[in-house]
Design a protein around this ligand. Sequence first.
Ligand code: BTN
Length: 240
Amino acid sequence: MDFITLEEVDSTNLYAKRKLEFISDRTVISAKKQTCGRGRLNRKWVDLGEGNLFVSIVLKPSDLFEQKYSNLTQYLSVCICRTLEIYSLQPEIKWPNDVQINGKKIAGILCETVMQGTSFKGLVLGFGINISASKNSVLQVADKEVTSLALEIKSSCPSKEVFLDKLLSIFWEDYDNFLKEGFIYIKEDYSKRARFLGKKIRVCLQDGIVEGVASEVDDFGALVLDEKDKNIVLTIGDIL
Ligand code: BTN
């Protein structure tokens, strides 16, 4: 595993995509400062200061894209939960891959697929985790309730380097198994941390909002909503 550490960058994901052909499989890129952090569904990821993690992992698992790669964000969300649990916290996952503590977001994940024409070049799995952000700085994120490890932990807060080190060992430990089997490999671990299951929820889609009881996350990571006597299977969206 190679490491690239940047002082300042627009976005670690953009950097990885620009340089992808020169970066080897399993390279971890982290930045001290990110000026144009990008989130899911065209949102921004706000830089809450140097003590927080802005990281992208370059992955080149094969020459052809496989559908199960789209579940890598869910795999990473489980790995982030497992790491937070080392510190006696009880993180939860908000489908598809936000990690929350006490209903507040602590980590976000954005995976981008890089294609050249029709050929698959690799994946950039980016994540931001709020480690040291203070009460005042989390208030900068206007659209969501946000927290950090420092605000939630009962013992002393680890540095971002220590946290990243633990997270990466957890990530690589099961990565090859995940690649072989896909979402089913983590389905149970994911579902037991999925706070929305069994609840009546509203999900924002590109063309409107759907409502129903979240009955399960299926074998492919899709969210199944029961609505009256039909099932709605969602592969993209945002729980409101
Ligand atoms: C989300 O919750 O919407 C996803 C946020 C992902 C943020 C990380 S920070 C490192 C990497 N570089 C980016 O520009 N975005 C991801």
